[in-house]
Design a protein around this ligand. Structure first.
Ligand code: CA2
Length: 144
């Protein structure tokens, strides 16, 4: 099995500021956690981070017939991007949405998620461990 892990804008700066919201771990730690979680389940993985909406759309399109599942934290694009939603719908690859913080308890402008409309599950407020939970959920979903 092969998973694509996508992170959106500014996730590469994790750990730099706002530790009360996003924790103290940096992006390198997030990548290690993801690699270890996949290794434990014998899943191949590719990590992709971009600050550009179109680059994320391109990567989702590349996932067509190349990946069994997608874990995505679209970051701020969660709340704005119909293009990312449409790309996920177009490729039809089972997708789990992750948010490090509990967006449901934050500002009004974070209350809409376009990706939630296609995601088989959304995990939020679990810190970076949410990525492990997403990988485990996707693995169980695809193993059924
Ligand atoms: O909680 C999440 O995972 C978010 O997707 C993170 C996004 C935010 O726009 C979403 O509403 C929720 C922001 C990610 C990066 O934010 C940083 C903030 C300070 C320092 C470094 C990164």
């Amino acid at each position: 099995m092969k998973f694509l892990i996508i992170n959106g804008p500014n996730i590469n700066l994790l750990g730099l500021r706002e530790p009360q919201i996003y924790g103290t771990q940096n992006y390198a730690s997030l990548c290690s956690l993801v690699r270890n979680a996949c290794k434990e389940l014998d899943i191949e993985c590719e990590l992709f981070q971009s600050n550009h909406e179109g680059a994320i759309v391109d990567k989702i399109q590349d996932a067509y017939q190349n990946f069994d599942g997608i874990v995505i934290n679209p970051a701020a694009y969660t709340h704005t991007s119909i293009a990312i939603l449409d790309a996920l719908k177009a490729v039809g690859v089972p997708t789990v949405e992750v948010h490090i913080s509990d967006v449901s308890r934050r500002e009004d402008f974070r209350q809409i998620s376009y990706v939630s409309k296609v995601a088989i599950k959304t995990i939020m407020g679990q810190g970076i461990d949410g990525y492990r939970q997403a990988i485990e959920y996707l693995n169980e979903y695809l193993s059924k």
